[in-house]
Design a protein around this ligand. Sequence first.
Ligand code: PGA
Length: 255
Amino acid sequence: MRDIIIAGNWKMNKDMEAVRAFCKDVAGAFKGKVLGRVLPILAPAYPFLAIMLRELEGSLVKVAAQDTSSHADGAFTGEFRLPCWLHGLQYCIVGHSERRAYHHESNEIIREKLLAVMDNGMKPILCIGETLEQRDGGITDQVILEQLDGCLRGVQLYSGKELIIAYEPVWAIGTGRNATGDQAQEVHRLIRKWLTDQYSKDLADSLSILYGGSVKPQNLEELLSQPDIDGGLIGGASLDSKSYLAMMDIAINHK
Ligand code: PGA
């Protein structure tokens, strides 16, 4: 059985007070709740990682970093090392389209980051996805396969639990225009087939593939009802605790 993951990507949003308030809401709402196979993950901006880990200690919520340098240390002004000293930090997003677009991260750089995350004993959440131009040009599959090949070339995986993949069509991120369940399913199926061919059916069948791009309480059920969609990587709609908790409930009640 694959995990259903409801991952909030807060990007560069919230201040300390808002982070604390959100943690309080979530910790309170989860008390005594049976989550089944639903895994909640929250990725705050870097300065709030330690505080979130402290506030959510003992709760079922996992905390993720939004990025990391691939370097362990050295002359890299402004970069930060993956904070493996932060006890409890288990996940790190790599390859988000905003990093690819604004920081010129190539598949090769993302691969190095992914390996750095795994070397730290943590799990990467690898983002891939095509732009509108690429979709309109009919090369979505080609782009997705190139990203998978480039980011995972030679990466050893022994089980589907070491990695999470998030398919995030760039044209759907922050635009309010989500991919339909069918559109997303088509790409998710392609990703799972690639995993089967490169690794094994067992591994492909146990790896969670998330959809991201304007996910909200109103469209989550349609997305989850697709056979290869195992949750969401959610930006805007994860910022409000009520909306995040509503999505958690939809996932918990999903049959
Ligand atoms: P969005 O962002 O839900 O606001 O579209 C998703 C993401 O960038 O991960």
